[in-house]
Design a binder for this molecule. Structure first.
Ligand code: GTP
Length: 204
């Protein structure tokens, strides 16, 4: 059985919930207390489609890291980005444009989705769906309103991005046709041992 490694990078301001989304998706865990990521962490998750194993290598970079400038080499290896903001924090939304521009400057071939996290904080939401979808910046980007806390739309965001990447790799010829023949309708299934903790930074 063939295996395909796919690298996904979570980017966004500090405290928007990047680590929480990663932990919810890979371990189905959530912590209320905030411990800022130092540098970056990587967790792998295995998925299966038809007769192919997919290893998602998801890296979560501290929101502080942009100021230390993430290296071109690092960005170049990324297949897909998840740009995360907090729907209760306007600054984190405005900053998405900078995170996106940074990525576009350093990597010309990637897919991405936009995630507005903390949708459970209903009374404090200031960035509405239409603020994102009407924005010129994001064009036709797919947008997910998520809650890492209440497990809303988390799997959907990660797996939609994975499908977008796989479709592109197929178009580019990096995945053979016979590895999955119904790419438009494929479904991803989680394998039994689906989460492997890796040493910091070992994904890149
Ligand atoms: P940095 O590592 O500093 O870049 O932060 P981060 O983006 O990884 O944020 P983190 O996941 O550490 O979450 C920051 C805080 O927000 C923590 O207190 C989380 O418990 C909280 N949080 C994360 N996701 C949610 C959510 O969906 N809803 C609510 N209510 N709180 C959340």
């Amino acid at each position: 059985m063939t295996s395909k490694h796919i690298k996904i990078l979570l980017l966004g301001n500090s405290a928007v919930g990047k680590t929480s989304l990663l932990m919810r998706y890979t371990k189905n865990e959530f912590q209320n207390n905030y411990i800022s990521t130092s540098g970056y962490d990587c967790i792998s998750k295995k998925l299966k489609i038809k007769n192919m194993n997919i290893v998602l290598q998801i890296t979560d970079i501290s929101g502080q890291e942009r100021f230390k400038s993430i290296s071109q080499q690092f960005y170049n290896k990324v297949d897909g980005f998840i740009f995360v903001f907090d729907v209760t924090n306007n600054e984190s939304f405005q900053e998405i444009n900078n995170w996106l521009t940074d990525a576009q400057d350093k990597n010309s071939n990637f897919d991405y989705v936009i995630v507005g996290n903390k949708i459970d904080l209903k009374d404090s939401i200031i960035i509405k769906r239409e603020d994102v979808t009407n924005s010129n910046i994001f064009g036709n980007a797919k947008y997910f309103e998520t809650s890492a806390k209440n497990n809303i739309n988390v799997k959907e965001a990660f797996e939609e991005l994975t499908k977008m990447i796989l479709k592109r790799l197929k178009r580019e010829g990096s995945i053979a046709d016979d590895e999955f023949n119904t790419v438009d309708t494929f479904s991803l299934s989680h394998s039994n041992h689906n989460s492997i903790n890796e040493k910091k930074g070992s994904c890149f």
